[in-house]
Ligand binder design. Structure first.
Ligand SMILES: Cc1cc2nc3c(=O)[nH]c(=O)nc-3n(C[C@H](O)[C@H](O)[C@H](O)COP(=O)(O)O)c2cc1C
Ligand SMILES: O=C(O)C(=O)c1ccccc1
Length: 351
């Protein structure tokens, strides 16, 4: 691997990934919308938080497992849905899913995956998969996609609600990157012999969530809730969980960091549903900070892509394994036996 002899933390994979990727694809993965203030803010917000361990609790070595939507997960970290894994590795989402299965990590498969969700599931028996959906204005086609996710055995639908339009990313504009290379497609959007384009529609509203709720028994997770005023309608529409996300700073720039919005969203949810978070999680200590602010779990996007691009399935598994070890270490050093022991007293504003 380029950069370091032995990666010690997930961040070490980015340099190796950058060395291997086409620069346009590196910038597609790495970049954010506008001036990238939100992209930077996500990581910076974790840097402004400090952990305040408890001592002498005799808690023993920490266990990382949690229960999410009624099922056990190996750690409170999920693979966030990210598009186009075959740009990073020829095996694409198959490799990511095997890495997730090997480390007991739930993978949220992107609707914009370059391997069909059924093929991802078949390639990684034992993987727990959730499916990310952009509601398509053609609700019959949306239903087709939902049925594919169900048939693949996905355990939840993660509906991305922060994308009434595609974010404008200046790095993509500079490279002229606006489509997949020949031979790669968004395989979940196959419709007979053609592949439909993903529509991000400003006309999607709460009525579509109601129709989705009537369409499937899968739990629905709403991804991209940032304003506490949206929590009430989300609960009223039967959301099983919320995911605080600004899409990794890739949609609208100038949004607050997710870690900074998390406490207000958790308060608005009032314990009715679990609240998840993504954006800027790079270390085990970030995970414990998010748990202390009330998250049930977090998800990581780019770190997994860097592992995948650096060393395929093995690299993605290394990133997830390192994160799990860091979570265990941070929990133990905070005096916690598990995520359930992490309370709000454990985190402080550092400055
Ligand atoms: C290259 C890339 C592609 C993404 N594709 C999707 C997607 O298809 N659907 C989606 O809901 N979010 C997508 N996201 C957003 C991620 O799910 C997640 O919100 C974000 O990456 C979290 O931030 P992090 O990368 O700092 O961990 C994408 C993010 C990246 C970096
Ligand atoms: O790039 C993204 O962030 C993203 O969400 C996406 C959505 C559809 C197709 C490709 C990428």
């Amino acid at each position: 691997m380029a950069g370091v002899r032995s990666p010690a933390t997930p961040r070490d994979f980015e340099a190796a990934a950058r060395a291997r990727l086409d620069p346009a694809h590196y910038d597609y993965f790495a970049g954010g919308a506008g001036g990238e203030a939100t992209l930077r803010a996500n990581e910076a917000a974790f840097g402004r938080l400090a952990l305040l361990p408890r001592v002498l609790r005799g808690a023993g070595a920490a266990r990382t497992g949690v229960t999410l939507l009624g099922r056990p997960a190996g750690m409170p970290v999920l693979v966030a849905p990210t598009a186009f894994h075959r740009l990073a590795d020829p095996e694409g989402e198959r490799a990511t899913a095997r890495a997730a299965a090997a480390t007991g990590t739930i993978m949220i498969v992107s609707m914009a995956a370059t391997v069909a969700v059924g093929d991802v599931a078949a390639a990684a028996p034992g993987a727990v998969l959730w499916f990310q959906l952009y509601v398509q204005p053609d609700m019959r086609f949306t239903e087709t996609i939902v049925r594919r996710a169900e048939a693949a055995g996905c355990a939840a639908l993660v509906v991305t609600v922060d994308s009434p339009a595609r974010g404008v990313r200046e790095r993509e504009l500079r490279h002229g990157f606006d489509d997949l290379p020949d031979g790669l497609n968004c395989e979940n959007l196959r419709d007979g012999t053609r592949v439909r384009p993903i529509v991000m529609s400003p006309e999607i509203g709460w009525g579509h969530i109601a129709r989705l709720r009537g369409m499937t028994d899968l739990p629905i997770v709403l991804k991209g809730v940032l304003n506490p005023a949206d929590v009430r309608p989300a609960l009223d529409h039967g959301a099983a969980a919320l995911m605080v996300s600004n899409h990794g700073g890739r949609q609208l720039d100038s949004l607050p960091a997710t870690a900074d919005m998390l406490p207000e969203i958790v308060a608005a949810a009032g314990g009715a549903v679990p609240v998840l978070l993504d954006g800027g999680v790079r270390r085990g200590t970030d995970v414990v900070k998010a748990l202390a602010l009330g998250a049930a779990a977090v998800a990581v996007g780019r770190p997994v892509l860097w592992g995948l691009a650096a060393d395929g399935e093995r690299g993605a598994a290394r990133v997830l394994g390192l994160l799990r070890a860091e979570v265990a270490d941070a929990l133990t050093l905070c005096g916690c036996a598990s995520a359930a022991d992490v309370g709000p007293d454990l985190v402080r504003r550092a400055c």
